[in-house]
Design a protein around this ligand. Structure first.
Ligand code: ATP
Length: 140
């Protein structure tokens, strides 16, 4: 089996979409291994988004992600990394297909950063790294 780190970002959390995201994850057949509501620190985000440091959207991204509460979730199931990314849809919510979380629930708000409701790990290596950031105590 496999685990992935999912975040309901501050835009999704503020809009009350945590339940809707969890509903879609469970309806797909994945299970929840850990769940928390937290306000990300800049330190956590610097680790989480290390690969994006130096890009033009990095600073707005960290500002946005530290601006409010998020729901952090570890999901579990065969191929759930790929599966959740399919559920989430394309990064740009305008381009994301209807039927996906971003396509159904997201839009362009004219901000410097794409506010796109959710994050999902993109590889087993990222998942292990990200789960350690958001759930340091969780057994592997
Ligand atoms: P995530 O990692 O959040 O699931 P992703 O893998 O689709 O999304 P990444 O390329 O890892 O996207 O970028 C991380 C986040 O940075 C995106 O989810 C989005 O919020 C923001 N972002 C990415 N590219 C841009 C861009 N060109 N302009 C503005 N914001 C962006």
């Amino acid at each position: 089996t496999e685990r992935s780190l999912v975040l309901v970002k501050p835009d999704g959390f503020a809009r009350g979409l945590s339940g809707e995201v969890l509903r879609r994850i469970e309806a797909k057949g994945y299970t929840l291994a850990a769940l928390a509501v937290t306000t990300p620190t800049r330190e956590q985000l610097a680790e989480h988004y290390a690969e994006h440091e130096g890009k033009p959207f990095y600073e707005p991204l960290v500002e946005f992600m530290s601006s409010g509460q998020v729901t952090a979730v570890v999901i579990e199931g065969n191929r759930c990394i790929e599966g959740f990314r399919a559920l989430a849809g394309a990064t740009d919510p305008t381009a994301a297909l209807p039927g996906t979380i971003r396509g159904d629930l997201g839009r362009d708000w004219g901000k410097k950063v794409q506010e796109n409701i959710v994050h999902g790990s993109d590889s087993p290596e990222s998942a292990a790294r990200e789960i350690a950031i958001w759930f340091p105590g969780l057994a592997t």
